[in-house]
Design a binder for this molecule. Sequence first.
Ligand code: UDP
Length: 584
Amino acid sequence: LDAGSKAAPQPEIELTANARRVLEKRYLRKDAAGRVIETPAEMFRRVAGTLAAAERQYDARADVAAKEAEFYGVMSRLEFLPNSPTLLNAGKKNGQLAACFALPVEDSVEGIFDAMKYTALIHKSGGGTGYSLSRLRPAGDMVDGVSGIAGGPVSFLSALSAASDVIRQGGVRRGCSIGLLSVHHPDILKFIVAKDDPLALTNFCISVAVTDDFMDALESGSDYDLINPRTGKLTGRLNAVEVFKKIVAQSWKTGDPGLVFIDRVNRGNPTPNLGPVETVTGCAEQALLPYESCNLGSVNLAKMVKQAGEKMVVDYDKLAAAVKTGVNLLDNVIDVNCYPLLQVEEVTKQTRKIGLGVMGFADMLVLLGVPYDSFEAVKIAEYVMGFVTEKARDASEELAEKRGVFPAFKGSVHDAPGGRRQRHASCTTVAPTGTISLIAGCNVGIEPFYATVFVRNVLDGENLLEINPYFESAARREGFYSGELLQKLVSCIDLTQIDGVPERIKRVYVTSNRIKPEWHVRIQAAFQRHTDGAVSKMTNVPNLTTPQQQADIFLFGYREGVKGITLYRDSSRELESLCADEKA
Ligand code: UDP
């Protein structure tokens, strides 16, 4: 039992065995000898207490104890969790609490090495970084009036990757990085193949920033311009179809690069008055200005379903309450955060972006009895995320009444007739939730279930056999659970091929290897339509997909309106399915 507050006994926190292990290994405080000296309840109390104290910055008579209880409540009931750095560092000296950062890489030796230093500081503090490399002059360009000297963006990629590789975030994990290069950059062909060597650029993803002009040229089969960012001058033209083919071939082979539709991202930029967005963050879920950071938090949708008579339905009252508390909590993070760089603090406090999102979407669907690969799931995604964003904006507006609108409000898209007087330039983002979903005990982000039975690589090579808990209880409840059933699933017989399992169950427990890529894209697009920032989504494509089919999926994503898309033609990197080789 977790001890909880000293004053009053707290209900037990329903953590899975995996969640406890992750917390013990990474999140709970330890003494000098490495012994855990904090319970999970004490961790949530540390976070709640630190964040609730920020209330006093706005109201000297604020009821901090009540706010602490509210924050503690949503976290300890696993209804809402802030991103890992907040759980890890809140209440500690120099605690850095945000997950996402964006760094421009300026076109000078100082600029490039500043970016490396800033990377080290950000990653040490627990953040991941998105880089815009498009400002760097191309390889072979002039330096100090001498031509043929510049290394070009690709040569600096490995330096940035090495900088993030040597730093472990808070001693526990490595920072994720993503590098973006404009499709109009003269070095684009070199960039596309920068990750051809599987050992190159570990923990570093790359994406091509594609413009509307490029997509138009692709459609008409024409050439498009390459521009030297140093001079602004045209250096050549490439055929859009040929470049796209190269992107697809490389993505088919290695998973990188992905695509970011940068003009679309900028149409959603809430503060064009502060300049354009040049990059997205580590796992591509948030579009940020140079030096901007963002803290994230996710509502656990598995906890937002209730029984109504015979049926399970979405509990919208509970969802609204969790979103409201979440927005308040994330707003307070901005004020108590210790920023790794002055520039980051300045830009972040101008826009006050927060990234409230969701996790456990697959859990919600099975509880509602809806298959992931269905238009009903798309409808639920739209409705639920639409509701979350609406409630988040309401909460942001309510906070703004007491605390003021974000400082860069004037001239922002919100500063218009009918616009909302918000506390945050943008409120919602769908994060990957790689670790916090493990703590909450729900499925990751908005992904489908990976397998019914799988080996989870928990930490540092430890493996654990897991059975989907909803499947297990449905099987027991409906009387088809047996050792034989488990044996069949463990030996990779697909659920759809097993006699005695009701058809409805086979349909609802569809796993990612059975889901056509189009459905991944439709679900991502449904969430994107109702999300201020971007949506982190892994689109798994079957191993036997051809490059042409892969090209079609990229284009389908573009037409559906996603802001970015990355395809993985193999099994997930995090989980190892027992049945990985039976892909459709
Ligand atoms: N991130 C990172 N290293 C990691 C995982 C995540 O730097 O090992 C950063 C990355 O920038 C990502 C952000 O944290 O965009 C949020 O990732 P996620 O939602 O998976 O984090 P969690 O809060 O679940 O740990």
